[in-house]
Write a protein that binds this ligand. Structure first.
Ligand code: URA
Length: 240
């Protein structure tokens, strides 16, 4: 895992802000390998150093998992010279050097995106073989009918011949506008938009509302994020 500043390690593992972590250290609450330290900048080897913080049940977490309500206008990338990325909008106290978005949402798509530093978990979420359904709500140009739903649920072929796995689809009304709730377990380029385009329809707005049984926390405004609890992580691999 490499070396990390003590205040950062404490913030991440005790669920406090960087400022609160620095105060804890300043007040003599922290020890590294049994030695009290007042140095927030002390470098910690998270694989071998033992940290204790008075009053905190301190278990060194290997990875971090963040739920972001992605806003429009930011790209699902780790860095970009010109455009704002989903990593740029993660607050400092949750940031780690190796964070990346687990999968991609288009720049104009909003909703649930997991940001993590755990490549293995991301692979499990993204691989169609693991059957993790992602649910989207979309506003469409036209209402879909039973025929459209049957085609999407049978596994539609896109305009370029790409075959999609069967989806689970429901026609819905979004504030009086025609829409659909669609569940897919793969993530081809612009997949949902292209699926509806192949029916002669058009996605006006797209929002991801869940991954497995993990639902977007509706108390998060667009652009806000929070760390996921362990039991929420398990929901990802459960059916809704
Ligand atoms: N499908 C799309 O077309 N766009 C997204 O952002 C996600 C799924």
């Amino acid at each position: 895992m490499g070396l990390k500043r003590l205040d950062k390690v404490i913030a991440l593992n005790c669920n406090v802000s960087r400022k609160e972590a620095r105060n804890l250290i300043k007040n003599g609450a922290a020890a590294v390998n049994g030695q009290r330290t007042l140095r927030a900048e002390e470098l910690i080897d998270t694989e071998s150093d033992e940290i204790t913080v008075d009053g905190y049940d301190f278990t060194l977490k290997e990875h971090i998992y963040i739920m972001l309500n992605k806003p429009q206008g930011v790209i699902s990338a780790t860095e970009d010279p010109n455009k704002e990325t989903v990593i740029d909008i993660i607050p400092e106290d949750l940031k780690r050097r190796s964070l990346f978005p687990c999968g991609r949402l288009d720049r104009d798509t909003t909703g649930l995106l997991i940001i993590t530093d755990d490549g293995a978990l991301c692979h499990r979420i993204m691989s169609p073989a693991h059957h993790v359904y992602k649910t989207y709500e979309t506003i469409l140009s036209f209402a879909i009918d039973e025929n459209d739903i049957a085609k999407l649920e049978a596994g539609i072929t896109l305009g370029d011949g790409t075959e999609c796995l069967p989806a689970i689809v429901e026609a819905i009304d979004i504030n009086g506008l025609p829409g659909a709730r669609i569940k897919i377990r793969e993530g081809k380029y612009h997949q949902v938009k292209r699926m509806f385009a192949s029916l002669g329809n058009n996605v006006e707005h797209l929002r991801r509302i869940s991954i497995g049984a993990l639902k977007l926390d509706e108390s998060l405004k667009e652009g806000e994020c929070r760390e996921l609890a362990d039991e929420e992580l398990d929901l990802i691999f459960r059916d809704e």
